[in-house]
Ligand binder design. Structure first.
Ligand code: PEP
Ligand code: MG
Length: 325
């Protein structure tokens, strides 16, 4: 099967009826970078910057961060890289930093909440990203945004750092785009307002589904209780897609769903055009796309949204099997 995927590596991820899907990969370390060329991914849709902070014995210095980001962009060449700012807290802890114990860490002091309360951390990281992206396009993704005000506060911090670099006469990035992760359900109802200040949005389905179903993804007693392929998930994503389309904003999805062929098929049917996943899943997902008819899956998932089933998996498997997807 691996050899089979190699033969389609340079072929486009396009459905039989000509809908082009962007397939991006998720990464977090330099070790991941060779997979960009090997998998034929269109770029890095999610670079988890907290991993560099989690593997070391202490907080990486600004210079160290900048060198790391520069090397990532150098290796990626012309392919775009989206850097997500530190997503700490919840299930991601730093061995050398002390976090107060919380009753519900997933809903606690994490990600952008830490960044806005301790802005020096985010400021330094953004400074390192700006320095590393001199002359290039810089894409910054903010994690766990739950309101437009939070996004705007973080974006203002980014703008201040750009202005600072300009005043210091540093070489600037060619363009800076700032986006929000959609992983908190409240933000799904604010997309028209968010899109006035966000350049793009990426659905973090791992967290979004945990919160939507009130089922902790790290708790095995409940994490399997809900099949992500159910009418509520489909309706929610369909609404997000429509909302993004009306505002003309760029939308992608970067959770685990993106890398599973059956789930990816469903997402494409719902109108998602950009998926980011582990590099090993690019081949299987591309193979699925090249055998898929977009207008058929789109009509089919539309009908599924109206059903009451606990899981739509069997139906979707049936759809795929009948059509040789
Ligand atoms: C997500 O929540 O879907 C996501 C991509 O972020 P992470 O898995 O790093 O929390
Ligand atoms: Mg997340």
């Amino acid at each position: 099967r691996v050899a089979q995927f190699a033969t389609i590596r340079d072929l486009p991820a396009e459905t039989k009826d000509g809908v082009r899907i962007k397939l991006m990969m998720n990464a977090g370390l330099l070790l991941d970078m060779p997979h960009l060329a090997e998998s034929g991914a269109d770029g890095i849709g999610l670079f988890r910057t907290e991993i560099q902070f989690m593997v070391g014995d202490n907080m990486p210095k600004l210079q160290h961060q900048a060198d790391f980001y520069r090397e990532v962009m150098d290796t990626a060449g012309d392919k775009p890289v989206t850097f997500r700012t530190l997503d700490l807290g919840g299930d991601k802890v730093l061995p050398y930093a002390r976090f107060e114990r919380e009753e519900n860490p997933a809903m606690g002091w994490r990600a952008i909440r830490i960044a806005l309360d301790r802005p020096a951390l985010l400021r330094y990281q953004v400074r390192a990203l700006i320095a590393a992206a001199a002359g290039r396009v810089l894409r910054i993704l903010l994690p766990m945004i739950s309101s437009v005000a939070e996004f705007n506060a973080a974006r203002a911090l980014v703008d201040r750092e750009i202005e600072r670099a300009r005043l210091l006469g540093q070489r600037q990035p060619r363009q800076v785009k700032v986006g929000a992760m959609l992983e908190v359900p409240s933000l799904a109802f604010m997309l028209p307002q968010l899109m006035r200040s966000a350049d793009f949005v990426s659905i973090g389905s791992n967290d979004l589904l945990s919160f939507a179903f009130a089922a902790d993804r790290t708790n095995p007693r409940v994490s399997r209780r809900y099949d992500p392929l159910n009418p509520a998930t489909l309706s929610m994503i369909r609404q997000i897609v429509q909302s993004a389309k009306e505002t003309g904003g760029e939308l992608s999805l970067c959770g685990e769903l993106a890398g599973r062929p059956l789930d990816a098929m469903t997402l494409i049917g719902l109108g998602i055009r950009k998926l980011s996943m582990s590099p090993g899943n690019i081949g299987p997902v591309k193979m699925m796309i090249r055998s898929l008819n977009y207008s058929e899956i789109s009509q089919y998932v539309d009908k599924l949204c109206g059903r009451a089933d606990h899981s739509l998996r069997a139906r979707l498997i049936g759809f795929a099997a009948e059509r040789g997807v």
